[in-house]
Ligand binder design. Structure first.
Ligand SMILES: Nc1ncnc2c1ncn2[C@@H]1O[C@H](COP(=O)(O)OP(=O)(O)OP(=O)(O)O)[C@@H](O)[C@H]1O
Ligand SMILES: Nc1ccn([C@@H]2O[C@H](COP(=O)(O)O)[C@@H](O)[C@H]2O)c(=O)n1
Length: 243
């Protein structure tokens, strides 16, 4: 896959070879924040694949599809048009031409997304979009999600698997919710919700959340976001120098 990306996006024989970075991990480990910052620092595109699964879930919910009916979800999987903007300074997501960046972050979507993303027809559709976006990224791309290193871009130049303790993840998510004006955030309930989503995402049959054998695992529990970003930037630069 990465080889196809390089051929498709090379503009001249002297142009730098695009670099493909896959960042996976459970919820709240810092994938989005890290990936955006790394992409911005290195002049790469950025793709939030969770946003795509959230977008198709939002479309199902707003079109009256029962998200627990896998056959109904599968039958509708091709219907929404999902477009992702990959500028790390301003990532966007639209569904049928409508900005979906707000609605995809609601609790209703978060509660339904694991069921929708477990449907093989949904994964096939979204994986195809992801590969096309990666292939078209002129300088390369940082793609973050759950199955990027294992399934979507198995030939990525660098694979990183971020982890953090459930307590650290709940505290981070809780801080984010408070920052968004939510009152009375319950950290224990937040922790349980994260772990429930991880369990669903890790145990589905098709393309579960999993560390690729050749991924570098980074435990972010005791690291600041800046330290994680620096660590990943260094890993990318080492790969580029080794070429
Ligand atoms: N190393 C870190 N230290 C402290 N806070 C962090 C760190 N990394 C990320 N955060 C904060 O944790 C929260 C969750 O981060 P982020 O959304 O990047 O995680 P994620 O892995 O993409 O989550 P999800 O999979 O649920 O989308 C954000 O508020 C972010 O600012
Ligand atoms: N590669 C991926 C990315 C995400 N998912 C599913 O989407 C959910 C939301 O992801 P966030 O990163 O926005 O929290 C996630 O819980 C998975 O169900 C996926 O399956 N594969």
């Amino acid at each position: 896959m990465a080889a196809t990306s390089r051929q498709a996006s090379s503009v001249s024989p002297d142009a730098p070879v695009p670099v493909i970075v896959a960042i996976d991990g459970p919820s709240g480990t810092g994938k989005s924040s890290t990936s955006r910052a790394v992409a911005a620092k290195l002049g790469l595109s950025y793709l939030d694949t969770g946003a795509q699964y959230r977008a198709i879930t939002w479309w199902m919910l707003t079109h009256g599809i029962d998200v627990d009916d896998a056959a109904a979800v599968a039958a509708a999987a091709d219907r929404p048009e999902i477009l992702s903007g990959t500028d790390p300074a301003d990532p966007t997501i639209t569904v049928d031409g409508t900005d979906a960046s707000g609605p995809i972050r609601t609790q209703e979507v978060t509660a339904a997304v694991s069921a929708v993303s477990a449907v093989p027809e949904v994964r096939a559709r979204i994986t195809e979009l992801q590969r096309a976006i990666a292939a078209g990224a002129p300088t390369g791309i940082v793609v973050e999600g759950r199955d990027i290193g294992t399934t979507v871009l198995p030939d990525a130049d660098l694979k990183v698997f971020l982890t953090a303790s459930p307590e650290a993840r709940a505290a981070r998510r809780g801080g984010e919710l408070k920052g968004n004006g939510e009152q009375g955030v319950d950290l224990e309930a937040t922790r349980e919700a994260l772990l429930r989503r991880d369990a669903a995402d890790s145990t589905r049959k098709t393309s579960p959340l999993k560390k690729a054998d050749d991924a570098v695992e980074v435990d972010t529990t005791e690291l600041t976001l800046e330290q994680v970003v620096e660590c990943v930037v260094t890993l990318v630069e080492e790969k580029q120098q080794a070429r």
